[in-house]
Design a binder for this molecule. Structure first.
Ligand code: IDP
Length: 161
């Protein structure tokens, strides 16, 4: 609409999603993108990159004392990742539901991990776990100039305005 629909709380929420190196190697990037597109979210940033230990140690700073931390860094630097920023109503919470449980064994069929992963150490995808985390992770992985503000043509259908 001409008002830009800025009035709906949560509609401009953003989250960081990353297809991890196993997901890229297994050519699951397209499937992941497709799921977020179909759900109704808007892609506002995306890049393929080889992550280094610097960005990953910030990204996973809360896990630095975990026994699996060195293996996690090795995994995440083993090949390129595809980092994305998706926008839409409650996107942080909905993305976590789409991604499924951290432990692939517990991840429900129909979720990304529940469909594509059998083990927690190779669980295909990352999605921010809170709005605050998302803001931190988006600014870690993307420069503001890499994020695009645009109006999706189906916006008023998606949000029934
Ligand atoms: P999340 O990715 O679902 O938010 P976190 O607890 O933040 O889960 O863990 C980050 C990542 O660390 C997981 O996605 C997984 O790749 C890895 N990880 C978590 N727990 C384990 C474990 O017990 N063994 C091996 N890797 C793990």
């Amino acid at each position: 609409s001409l008002l830009g629909n800025r009035g709906i709380p949560g509609i401009q929420e953003r989250t960081l999603v990353a297809v991890k190196p196993d997901g890229v190697q297994r050519r699951l990037v397209g499937d992941v993108i497709k799921r977020f597109e179909r759900r109704g979210f808007k892609l506002v940033g995306m890049k393929l990159l080889q992550a280094n230990e610097g960005i990953l140690s910030e990204h996973y700073h809360e896990l630095r004392r975990k026994p699996f931390y060195p293996a996690l860094i090795h995994y995440m630097t083993s090949g390129p990742v595809v980092a994305m920023v998706w926008e839409g109503f409650n996107v942080v919470r909905t993305s976590r539901a789409m991604v499924g449980d951290t432990n692939s064994t517990e991840a429900k069929p129909g979720t990304i991990r529940g469909d594509f992963s059998v083990h927690v150490s190779r669980n295909v995808i990352h999605a921010s776990d809170s709005v605050e985390t998302a803001q931190r992770e988006i600014s870690l992985w993307f420069h503001s100039s890499e994020l695009v503000d645009w109006e999706c043509c189906d916006h008023n259908i998606t949000y029934q305005l």
